[in-house]
Design a protein around this ligand. Structure first.
Ligand SMILES: C[S@@+](CC[C@H](N)C(=O)[O-])C[C@H]1O[C@@H](n2cnc3c(N)ncnc32)[C@H](O)[C@@H]1O
Length: 283
């Protein structure tokens, strides 16, 4: 078939979607059109990649834990999977571990978390009972001397209090409005840590619930999703009649002077610069 040609050289039946650019319009426009199409496709793909990555990059730069989860609230909001459900992690711009009323801290390690909160003026020392526990019953000199400093301020400091046995180890006295366990760990070999951690959670919540004032809160901070999944704190709390009220970002930097210690002396100190703070209340 003969092509009829317009004055400027473009065949008049060009313009259908099946027309070859080169045949209809010549080589130069075809290269231009292909280049524009390639740039447009790259822009679309680039935008999609950025949209997916920017929230995670922003969270990583600002230290917000993501819990390894998808955004529940859209826009990559951090979440943590608790008891089979994805729960939003509330942001914190300052100290967010509740510290109200009569406060009991268990498993305090070196007592620096207690000292940091008192230093921030979050409670009067007379309302604070800080306790530590050691598998062999021994405590290093720096721990003993910080315990003495806190006592001198007016806090009640007790050694060798077992978080699994609070009714006996802290017998008598008024119940607590806030019971706090920061970064619990049973110690011992890594291989049995999941089972031992889960048992510690069950025993701690059962014990804490018995010393809790009406409307009181049990507060637990864990490092990451791994511990939440393996130690199952929400299930342990539920078995003790407590329900999850909130999960908030934990930032070590909000507590000046707070330095972490491990359960087993000499163990590698983990990164506790951030984590999840769980607040449970009687359901
Ligand atoms: C990883 S350390 C964290 C110490 C401290 N809370 C901190 O944030 O640095 C875990 C703590 O849990 C304590 N712990 C383990 N089993 C305990 C129990 N049955 N009762 C009380 N504390 C316990 C250990 O003595 C240890 O101090």
């Amino acid at each position: 078939m003969l092509l009829r040609v317009l004055a400027d050289g473009v065949p008049i039946d060009c313009g259908g979607v099946a027309d070859g650019f080169t045949g209809c319009y010549g080589k130069l426009p075809a290269i231009g059109i292909a280049a524009v199409a390639t740039i447009a496709a790259a822009a679309v793909v680039g935008h999609a990649v950025l949209a997916a990555l920017v929230p995670q990059l922003f969270n990583a730069m600002t230290g917000v834990p993501t819990g390894g989860g998808e955004g529940l609230l859209g826009g990559g909001s951090p979440t943590v999977k608790v008891g089979g459900l994805r729960v939003p992690v509330l942001p914190s711009i300052g100290p967010s571990v509740p510290f109200a009323g009569r406060v009991l801290l268990v498993g305090e390690g070196n007592f620096s978390f207690t000292a940091a909160n008192l230093g921030l003026g979050r409670a009067i020392p007379q309302n604070v009972t800080a306790t530590a526990y050691s598998p062999d019953g021994r405590f290093p000199p720096d721990v003993l001397s910080r315990a003495d400093q806190l006592r001198a301020m007016g806090a009640n400091v007790r050694l060798q209090v077992d978080a699994r046995n609070l009714p006996a180890d802290l017998a008598g006295g008024a119940p607590f409005n806030t019971v706090i366990f920061q970064f619990p760990h049973p110690g011992g070999p890594r291989t049995g840590a999941s089972v031992a951690g889960r048992q510690l959670m069950r025993d701690f919540f059962a014990s804490a619930a018995q010393r809790l004032a009406p409307g009181g809160k049990v507060v637990l901070t864990l490092r990451n999703q791994h511990y939440v999944s393996h130690w199952r704190p929400a299930e342990a709390a539920a078995a003790a009649g407590l329900r999850l009220e909130s999960v908030t970002e934990f930032h070590q930097g909000h507590y000046p002077g707070y330095g972490h210690v491990t359960t087993s002396a000499g163990a590698t100190s983990p990164d506790v610069s951030q984590g999840f703070t769980f607040v449970f209340t009687r359901g």
